[in-house]
Design a binder for this molecule. Structure first.
Ligand code: PLP
Length: 393
């Protein structure tokens, strides 16, 4: 039985898998079982923030595994406390953090926090949460309902009540009523097609919500942890949300989710929990990830590469105006909007044949989520191959 046959026989077939068999990696480069190298502009969908097989992360994980992986949240967990403090220090927000295991789970916790807030603050029970069309908040039942893409709701109802979808930020104001407790947004929609929100509109929204005692939840599962060039996209946008959720890049590939909140007392003992959340292994990994990325940012290397990458993508959008409308995105969360009549998937497949990994977002965007520690040589090699693929189309 081949590996592909084994996968198809025994793994639930929920993914449109590409049957390449990667066996190892080095920063932005992946190697398949035949020794072929691929330039990875996808980083496992914004997860491998410090690159593949980062030696410092590997060492931290091994060191921690040799000591303790897990004791449960019934006891003190040193790296968990340190990580919570680091997240507060680096973001500059006066917050406490709860640790979960994924983005969807972090968002579930954020929704629970908002529901609790709506129960205890104010005269009527407030429970409504406004999210945006084209958003993506995860696959669990409530996170899926929070996701403003009706097509994804097929088959899985009935859902929890209280989610409404705004077309855009101005439309949020029209949907607010006495039962509204929170607004939940991504500052740059990722899965929805690499769509940054307008900064002034977000700042005005944050202010208006504060005045009306409505919580602002920012889903930074994809934008968080230097993906946009700053520790959090909320820093870039100059806002202080009530709740921020994180996952993806935080553990550099080790599963971890986090909910940061300025409402430090909102959930009391026994009101939320997770068996695995914040265990020794994942929080030690995340601490190392933060240290690596902070150094990378402080040295100027991250900002330098962001500029080069943006410039290079802009040039590609111009040179291949037959295929692309424009370049979109922020930091290392970028896309090329594909022209009407052209297929993003065809471009992604052609790039893969040239051994460069790019992703799809929304209906018509070729998405780039490189590892944050990408070198100039890796970037050049990736774009050389990408252009070769475009020349063939
Ligand atoms: N929120 C956002 C903005 C995401 O991009 C994703 C995943 O793509 C999620 C939530 C769900 O995260 P997870 O797959 O870890 O549950």
């Amino acid at each position: 039985m081949t590996l592909k046959e084994m996968d198809q026989s025994y793994v639930l077939q929920t993914y449109a898998r590409n049957y390449v068999h990667f066996v190892r990696g080095e920063n932005s480069i992946l190697f398949d079982a035949d020794g072929n190298d691929y330039v990875d502009f996808g980083s496992g969908i914004a997860v491998c923030s410090v690159g593949h097989a980062n030696p410092r992360l590997a060492e931290a994980i091994c060191d921690q595994a040799r000591r303790l992986i897990h004791v449960s949240n019934l006891y003190l967990i040193e790296p968990q406390a340190r990580l919570a403090r680091r997240l507060a220090e680096l973001s500059g927000y006066d917050v406490r953090t709860f640790f979960a295991n994924s983005g969807a789970e972090a968002n579930e916790g954020a929704i629970k926090m908002a529901r609790k807030y709506g129960e205890v603050e104010g005269e009527v029970k407030r429970y409504k949460i406004i999210t945006l069309e084209h958003s993506f908040h995860g696959r669990t039942i409530t996170a899926l309902k929070a996701t403003g893409q009706e097509a994804m709701h097929n088959y899985f109802g009935p859902f929890p009540d209280g989610f409404v979808y705004a077309r855009d930020i101005p439309h949020i104001y029209d949907l607010i009523d006495d039962h509204t407790v929170a607004v939940m947004i991504e500052l740059v929609q990722g899965e929805g097609g690499v769509q940054p929100m307008e900064k002034e509109a977000v700042q005005r929204l944050a202010e208006e919500l504060k005045q009306r005692d409505i919580l602002l939840i920012v889903d930074e599962v994809q934008t968080g942890i230097y993906r946009t060039g700053e520790v959090l996209a909320s820093n870039l946008y100059g806002i202080t949300p009530d709740i921020i959720t994180l996952a993806k890049g935080l553990g550099g590939g080790v599963p971890i989710g986090a909910i940061m909140t300025t409402h430090k007392e909102i959930l009391k003992t026994g009101e939320h929990g997770s068996t695995f959340g914040g265990n020794f292994l994942s929080t030690r990994a995340a601490l190392e990830v933060l240290e690596i990325l902070e150094e990378h940012k402080e040295s100027g290397a991250l900002d330098h590469m962001l500029l080069l990458f943006e410039g290079r993508l802009k040039r590609i959008a111009e040179s291949y105006a037959n295929l692309f409308e424009k370049e979109v995105g922020v930091g290392f969360m970028r896309g090329l909007r594909v022209k009407e009549g052209k297929e993003a998937q065809q471009i992604i497949d052609a790039a893969f044949k040239e051994r460069v990994v790019v992703l799809k977002a929304g209906k018509n965007t070729v998405r780039f989520l490189p590892v944050l520690t990408m070198t100039k040589e890796e970037m050049e090699l990736g774009f050389e191959r990408f252009e070769r693929a475009l020349d063939r189309l």
